[in-house]
Write a protein of this length. Structure first.
Length: 120
């Protein structure tokens, strides 16, 4: 499995404001700043954003939510902080009977998801 990852961004200040707000939904915060990269997590760097030159390629990242409420909170906070909706909170039977998720496009058009796989 993945230990950590960095997402390329075109404007580190804009993306930091977005991810500071969105990742707080998962009890994650800024752990460290390393040059043009910012790392988030609970205790160690698990997810980061990194300034890149030019337009970054579009990627998909799914954050594990602890509940349906956390998925819904993520969606609301993301939209309130400049994301575009890309799939309102709801069950996605095509991914599993208990797969509850929401999708947004972040400031760089990355497809960001929150998913709860608990019992429905």
């Amino acid at each position: 499995m993945i230990d950590h990852m960095n997402l390329p961004v075109s404007d580190i200040k804009r993306s930091r404001a977005f991810y500071d707000a969105v990742l707080a939904c998962f009890n994650c915060h800024c752990i460290a700043v390393d040059g043009e990269a910012i790392g988030y997590g609970r205790e160690c760097w698990q997810f980061g954003i990194e300034q890149t030159e030019g337009e970054p390629s579009r990627l998909h990242v799914a954050f594990q939510a602890a509940s349906i409420d956390q998925v819904e909170q993520f969606f609301t906070v993301a939209i309130d902080n400049g994301a575009s909706p890309n799939g309102a909170p709801g069950y996605r039977a095509q991914y599993g009977a208990n797969y509850y998720a929401a999708f947004v496009l972040d400031p760089d058009n990355h497809n960001i998801e929150a998913v709860f796989r608990g019992a429905g």
